[in-house]
Design a protein around this ligand. Structure first.
Ligand code: AMP
Length: 279
């Protein structure tokens, strides 16, 4: 696996590759786990060359503590990338990616006024800028994103469409621990007790799914999930939403198969966890 820390070096390497081979991109912020590995393996199957990036993008963090606490495990990341069949990894410094703080501001309208967008102001601006930069630098044929960050997928889909990037987006299913907890780099920051408690998110999603398919209204379901979280004082529920899985707009009833998303975010100790279930 080749490693690059400059935009010019990576561009130079990809210039000749691009004319004869397909390129799959897996953008990450490092602290890699099996969820990332699945994205890489899918990219490996569908492309001749797999490129990944490891970059903790400061522009998408609206909380300095969250950025400072974000886990960084670069040596282990290289091993996982190599084992998953990654050919080229791009690991730029912040100054390489942002010689100047970007003046550009992206606004995704209704896509970012709910859920993650509402609770993390500026987050999707930062996500949009870094993904647009990676698409420009790498010019992949396909790019792989996890359903774990469902709203991010919707935002990037729109970014790709609005800016006419010739990139096919692939949404990969959420990879979970054996007890249901969605894998996340942030799980490393949970204490042992919190790690056990953290299964509440998946249990809540399962309960909500059962209620909705059992005939309860979206309002009844959301209230039950709020009450469930209130009975666990270790948690602060930020939101529970039932939404259209593509537009992320709130849904009042179950939509067509594969179109309804139950989404939630909660704080457990110092860690913010998100998860969703699409059915
Ligand atoms: P991150 O490093 O957290 O920015 O994530 C990089 C990519 O991996 C994003 O597209 C995420 O949605 C995806 N991802 C993170 N966790 C998981 C998971 N548990 N299952 C599948 N994809 C994931």
């Amino acid at each position: 696996m080749l490693q690059f820390d400059t935009i010019a070096g990576l561009r130079q390497q990809l210039r000749s590759i691009r004319s004869t081979q397909s390129i799959g991109l897996v953008p990450t912020m490092g602290a890699l786990h099996e969820g990332h590995a699945t994205l890489l393996e899918t990219a490996r199957q569908e492309n001749e060359v797999v490129v990944s990036s490891v970059f903790v993008n400061p522009v998408q963090f609206n909380n300095a503590d969250d950025l400072a606490r974000y886990p960084r495990t670069l040596e282990a990341d290289y091993n996982l990338l190599d084992a998953a069949g990654c050919d080229l990894v791009f690991v730029p410094s912040v100054s390489e990616m942002y010689a100047d703080s970007p003046l550009l501001q992206l606004n995704f309208g209704a896509l970012e006024t709910t859920m993650e967008g509402a609770f993390r102001p500026g987050h999707f601006n930062g996500v949009g800028i870094v993904v647009a930069k990676l698409f420009n630098i790498i010019q992949p044929d396909r790019a792989y994103f996890g359903q774990k960050d469902l709203q991010q997928v919707a935002v990037i889909r729109r970014l790709t469409k609005d800016l006419s990037f010739p990139v096919e987006l692939i949404r990969c299913p959420t990879v979970r621990e054996a007890d249901g907890l969605a894998m996340s780099s942030r799980n490393r920051n949970l204490t042992a007790t919190e790690r056990t408690q953290a299964t509440l998110l998946f249990r809540a999603l399962t309960q909500a799914h059962k209620m909705l398919t059992g005939g309860h209204t979206t309002a009844q379901t959301k209230n039950a999930i709020k009450a469930l979280f209130e009975s666990y004082p270790a948690f602060t529920l930020e939101y529970v939403e039932i939404a259209n899985a593509d537009t992320l707009q709130p849904a009042d009833e179950i939509l067509a198969p594969g179109q309804t998303a139950i989404c939630l975010a909660a704080h457990l100790g110092k860690v913010r966890l998100i998860d969703n279930l699409v059915f």
